[in-house]
Each structure stands twice: as C-alpha cells, then as structure tokens.
Design a protein around this ligand. Sequence first.
Ligand code: SAH
Length: 227
Amino acid sequence: MNYVTNDTLNTYLRTLQPMYDGVLGEIQREAIAANVPIVPHETARLLSVLLELKKPRQILEIGTAVGFSAGLMSRYLQKGGSITTIDRFEVMLQDARKNIKRMGLENTIHILEGDAADILPTLEGPYDVIFLDAAKGQYGNFLPHLLRLLPVGGLLIVDDVLQGGSIAETRYSVPRRQRTIHKRMRQFLWDITHHPALETSIVPIGDGVALCYKKEEISNEVEGDIE
Ligand code: SAH
C-alpha cells in the first residue's frame, strides 16, 4: 500500500480520528493486522463525511475485498437502501460473506462475483454513490459505465489515484513496468478533471482520492469522447 503523505502525518491522522466501533471496528482491526487491503483509516473517515452528507439510497462499489468499506458505507444508507459490490477474487469474497453476516447486513449488501469489466455493462443503476477501489489499470475502461450509472447529483469516489505520489513524476522516472499504469492513470485523471459534466477534486490523503460530482446529464457524444 502506498501513501501520498508522510508516515508521521499518517500515524497522527490515524490516532486522532477514532477507529470504528462495533463489529465494523473489529473487521477493520483484523484486516489491518492480517495485511488485507482495506481503505486506510483517514480515507474511511473521508468516506464517512461524504456519505453522511449524501445519505445515498443505492451504492455501487467495485472492489469488495473483505467487506470493510461496504459495511462502513451501509451506515449512511437511507432506510431501505442497499449496496451492490463487485469483486472477482473468491478467496476474499469468502471472508466478505462471513463479515457481512457478522454485521447482520445480508439483506443490505449484495455481492456480484466476477470481473467488473464484464459486470458493469450489465448494470442499470442509478447509484447515487459509486466507490471505485479495484484494479487501477482498468479505471479508464470503467469510467464510461460509471458515468452512465451515476445520476445527476451522484458522487463518484475513486481510491488510489496518486500511486504513492509517483503520478506526479515524469513517465521516464517511473520504473519501466509501471509505465503503462502511470500513463493510464494520468489519462484517467485528465478525463475526470476536464469532463464538462463533472465537478472534480483530487484529495491527497491515503493514496489519493478523486471526488467527482455529476452536475449535469452527459450527452452520448461526450460519453463517446472519453471512451
Ligand atoms: N474497498 C475494499 C478494499 C478493496 S481491495 C475496502 O476498503 O474494504 C481491491 C479489491 O478489488 C480486491 O479484492 C480485488 O480482488 C478487487 N478487484 C480488482 N480488480 C477487479 C476487477 N477488475 N473486477 C472485480 N474486482 C476487482
């Protein structure tokens, strides 16, 4: 896991902002101890604020892992709301299912197993919040689908967009094997920051979080442009 900010600041932010209570907190602590990928605590706290403001009815998540962020986001759903979460890694999903049960959220969090590249085209939405936290090289391919599934007034939250800060380095100073992903992520960031229908901010906490608010309908022409 990469972080944009320095260790001292990360430790301070993680100590200052209380861990989550209840079973969610247990799942968070277990995942940290076992080195299972979950959103860093400071990013989780940002999600909490955004979702408290938004109070979504339907959430889409790409990247379930063990269900921590899905459990967290479920706290801010409107009554009767639900979360659809996608992951392709069966080993992780076994733990996710157990954790969802522990949190008593079997009727709230629905897992779709498979590659998001195959599943996203089949979804109809709308989802008022979409949390993208999966294979970084694919973000650009997912974007047209995510924008289609997001209503006007919806919020797209994307984790891990700054690649430990290396996104700001030139292409030639990143190791050769990282150049493709570097190029793709830069393109993705350009697209979301220049999209006429989006109000976007890139927040350098954790490994960088992009916030994209959809402020107007997207014509097919524009959607075609960013593909
Ligand atoms: N959001 C989780 C952490 C997700 S870790 C949390 O904070 O609790 C990233 C997950 O994305 C991994 O479990 C991985 O299997 C999944 N993933 C990566 N690329 C994917 C893809 N193309 N389709 C579906 N799942 C994917």
